[in-house]
Design a protein around this ligand. Structure first.
Ligand code: PMP
Length: 317
């Protein structure tokens, strides 16, 4: 199969012509938090610096470029379909708008109103499905839609190898280069598992990095728990996706909803960033690790997937 070439190059210091040139090359920020041992360096990859303010810009661009290269999607005027709780849908909707594609996003009906508004802003059609039915049912709906619209393309982020290739070729190398290879621990939330699988594979090929998956306590399937509704959007899909490589995970930490929300606020106030709830979940797990004797003096890298702007309607204060 033909493969799209790596599309991501640093944009700083030059004039860009499309949002695609703004994807990736995000900063790594040292985070100081209360009760984080002084000897531990906690670095967060700030994915809110992508053009659509989300880590999913990377796989969305890779998946779409690959679909164009292999002929599954025309350069203009095609139909893009995806099932997404928000982030991937938003990235695909933005890329589709530029190319004149019709874009249909199947979403659980508990996704925040901000997300639906952003999708509509890009001209995407939003199909809401009952969240109680679970994500597998939403995927079936998206697959049926794809079959009923001739020539349409379903990105299928949880099966599409371009999802993890984006992270293997961009997020992973960016972390490696920014740290000069000084990474002892990777802490990463798991939705499709694309970020964790791509980054962990890249790093583990280079050194023995301890890889920690982060999941919601109320859907802690990697810890042997049952899937269920929870309050950490973006992670905890309730099933192991096809692209997920479980062998890369050394340990999985389950984070209670309240701990994720509380740590998000703590991170935001400690840094002045406005991060999303899955960033708080990752920071919570990273600090747990950091407090273990084993990791004294180490560098822990985590990924903050998105901005908190899109969750403000969930705030209780
Ligand atoms: N956090 C947020 C806010 C997300 O949107 C996603 C993607 N669903 C993730 C974390 C997890 O990323 P991945 O799908 O690569 O596991």
């Amino acid at each position: 199969m033909k493969t799209a070439t790596a599309p991501i190059a640093p944009a700083a210091g030059r004039i860009v012509r499309s949002i695609e040139e703004l994807v990736g090359n995000t900063p790594l920020m040292e985070i100081r938090l209360a009760h984080l041992p002084d000897s531990v360096r906690l670095l967060a990859k700030l994915e809110m610096f992508n053009p659509l303010l989300n880590v999913k810009d990377r796989p969305a661009l890779y998946m779409m470029r690959q679909a164009e290269v292999c002929g599954a999607l025309p350069a203009r005027g095609g139909t893009v379909i995806e099932c997404s709780s928000g982030s991937t849908g938003i990235s695909l909707a933005a890329l589709s708008a530029r190319r004149g594609h019709r874009c249909i996003i199947v979403m659980p009906d508990n996704a925040t109103e901000e997300r639906r508004q952003i999708l509509r802003e890009f001209g995407a059609e939003v199909v809401l499905v009952p969240h109680e039915d679970g994500l597998p049912a939403a995927w079936r709906h998206a697959e049926e839609l794809q079959r009923s619209i001739p020539g349409s393309w379903l990105a299928h982020q949880d099966e599409n190898p371009e999802n993890l290739r984006a992270h293997y070729e961009t997020t992973g190398p960016e972390i490696w280069e920014a740290t000069g290879g000084q990474v002892d621990v990777l802490v990463c939330g798991v939705g499709t598992g694309g970020t964790l699988t791509g980054v962990a594979r890249y790093l583990k090929e280079r050194r023995d990095v301890h890889v920690v998956a982060v999941e919601p306590a109320r859907a802690a399937i990697l810890n042997g728990g049952a899937p269920g509704p929870h309050g950490i959007p973006g992670i905890g899909a309730g099933y192991v996706s096809e692209i997920m490589d479980l062998d890369l995970i050394d340990e999985a930490i389950a984070v209670p909803d309240e701990a994720a929300a509380g740590t998000t606020r703590e991170v935001n106030r400690a840094t002045g960033l406005l991060t999303g709830i899955s960033s708080g979940a990752a920071a919570y797990a990273a600090r747990l690790l950091a407090r273990r004797e084993r990791w004294a003096g180490s560098t822990i890298v985590t990924v903050f997937p998105d901005t908190g702007e899109r969750y403000l309607s969930l705030s209780t204060e």
